[in-house]
Write a protein that binds this ligand. Sequence first.
Ligand SMILES: *[C@@H]1O[C@H](CO)[C@@H](O)[C@H](O)[C@H]1NC(C)=O
Ligand SMILES: *[C@@H]1O[C@H](CO)[C@@H](O)[C@H](O)[C@H]1NC(C)=O
Ligand SMILES: *[C@@H]1O[C@H](CO)[C@@H](O)[C@H](O)[C@H]1NC(C)=O
Ligand SMILES: *[C@@H]1O[C@H](CO)[C@@H](O)[C@H](O)[C@H]1NC(C)=O
Ligand SMILES: *[C@@H]1O[C@H](CO)[C@@H](O)[C@H](O)[C@H]1NC(C)=O
Ligand SMILES: *[C@@H]1O[C@H](CO)[C@@H](O)[C@H](O)[C@H]1NC(C)=O
Ligand SMILES: *[C@@H]1O[C@H](CO)[C@@H](O)[C@H](O)[C@H]1NC(C)=O
Length: 522
Amino acid sequence: MGRQRTRMEVWLGCGVATLAVVVVALTITIIVMVTKKSDTLPAAPTAPASTVSTVASTTSTIAPPPADPYQQPYNENLYDTIVRQNLAQQADISTQLLQEFQPMNIRDNLRWLTKTLHVAGTPENAAVMKQLGQQYQSYGLTLKTHDYQVLLSYPNYSMPNTIEVQLAGQMDWNLVSNGTAQLLGPPEAMQQENDSRALNWWNGYAKDGVATGRLVYANYGSLTDYVLLDSHNISLQGAIVIARYGDIFRGAIAVEAERRGAVGVIIFNDPLDYANDLPASDTFPNTIWLPPSGAQRGTLLQTDGDPLTPFYPAKPYTYRTTDEATLRKEHAMPNVPVTPIGYRDALTIFQQMTGPEVTGDFAQWKGGMNVTYRMNGGDSTFRLTVNAFTDMRTITNVVALFYGADEPDKWVMFGNHVDAWTFGSIDPNSGTATMLEMARVVATVSNRTGWRPKRTLAFCQWDAEEYGLVGSTEYVEEHLKLLENRAIALLNVDNINGNVTLAAKGVPLLYRALVDAAAKVP
Ligand SMILES: *[C@@H]1O[C@H](CO)[C@@H](O)[C@H](O)[C@H]1NC(C)=O
Ligand SMILES: *[C@@H]1O[C@H](CO)[C@@H](O)[C@H](O)[C@H]1NC(C)=O
Ligand SMILES: *[C@@H]1O[C@H](CO)[C@@H](O)[C@H](O)[C@H]1NC(C)=O
Ligand SMILES: *[C@@H]1O[C@H](CO)[C@@H](O)[C@H](O)[C@H]1NC(C)=O
Ligand SMILES: *[C@@H]1O[C@H](CO)[C@@H](O)[C@H](O)[C@H]1NC(C)=O
Ligand SMILES: *[C@@H]1O[C@H](CO)[C@@H](O)[C@H](O)[C@H]1NC(C)=O
Ligand SMILES: *[C@@H]1O[C@H](CO)[C@@H](O)[C@H](O)[C@H]1NC(C)=O
């Protein structure tokens, strides 16, 4: 889940998404990379020595050199002259690159990339990274891998997070959330996704433990919402906050609640924001909209990169300048239990709430569930149990290089992460599967024609993005000087979805390149 743009992306100032863009990205490369002239075409095969003498003795004239198919008459166009582009060759290579893309390869890539749950720092994700590196190598690219030892967090998959309620004046606790989604979809998909770990709802870096208290609703958990609660003297001291996703970064929802004394935080996806306000029957698998048991997983980390090594690469020799307890105390990660839930369970919880209705200043706090939205749970007590742990794990970035012909030390970079919260078919492997095909296409056309891009292409596959841009941040921290001198441009994808309309964000410098490249997509 792209909670924000990757550090790499921000650093070079561009972010890109959607299928068309990747095709476009490739075309941009061609524009950015001023293609090399005919001297990169394969040399004409040399005839064996014996035939050379025969030829020499029977003809007295030396054959003219073969015509350069890309030779252009002198062009008055100042741009062409200055940049010395061989436009005919560029157009030809561009067409060959576009024609070489095989959509079925992207499908097959996606299949193997998403066969297992592959959360960062797990053996499953390490296996995906390894195979990805081998795949790039098999296309003829040079493989570099970069390991880091970082602090990650996991749920206890066998003990899902739970929420219980003890109604006012009663003794027993009733379960209102069992912390697990429901397996949905066509039978084939359900079979492929049959891994109970994919059903756990959890947030990265949530504090392990139990929170007990009254329940207070905080709308989107934005600063504006908390200030409104403050202004009405509604205290969060000792309370569990329930808030909905959709306005701000989830980590900030938790931190502001905690600053006001909250002991636990529950975050749900309101159907108004995530199901287009449709009834459950019009959600997945019948439509693309979020079903009642769907919940957004995601990190709560407030900083980018490995939390224990800010500004330094998390190598074995790096001094850890802080520790988990300090980070929690300083609100870089929450010091209270936090969990996401689906609106299936949020509905059950709101049905148990007895506080005043949201009206007046709070009228906008009403969402899309078929229930009366209330300010709090009255005198009932709620109990949130989060089963989680942190661990030092090794992550690996894969960087595959296709060396340029003229300026191999200048890099045009493509980036995307590989790790996912579950199978990652859309986020992020729809992008990864396409990047891999881009590499194959470039290598194939190069093998066929002898063409190489002017500059090196770097296919960067980041690890542990989901936790807070960890892989890419550590890579930049380790290679900052190098990148300052080598990086020419970065095109980043996260996931590829939507329709045929191109959506791209980038620095103004890339505007023309994007438009020109888009125009080449058939
Ligand atoms: C390109 O050629 C190299 C060298 O023969 C080969 O190893 C590589 O697999 C080829 N790449 C593709 C994508 O066919
Ligand atoms: C997860 O929960 C199980 C069952 O209660 C327990 O045996 C196990 O130790 C827990 N694992 C971790 C890593 O806490
Ligand atoms: C969790 O609760 C829902 C109903 O709220 C139920 O349909 C589902 O089967 C339960 N899952 C587990 C694993 O108990
Ligand atoms: C998932 O696997 C379990 C056994 O591990 C099996 O009982 C169940 O029928 C499977 N469900 C689906 C939808 O394939
Ligand atoms: C909040 O409390 C302050 C101080 O006790 C009081 O002056 C103010 O009127 C209260 N505001 C509301 C909305 O109750
Ligand atoms: C909303 O809930 C009420 C009572 O629980 C029910 O009678 C009504 O049919 C529901 N409306 C919709 C649109 O589901
Ligand atoms: C595709 O989706 C975008 C964003 O939702 C929308 O602006 C655009 O009109 C859609 N294009 C088509 C062809 O449906």
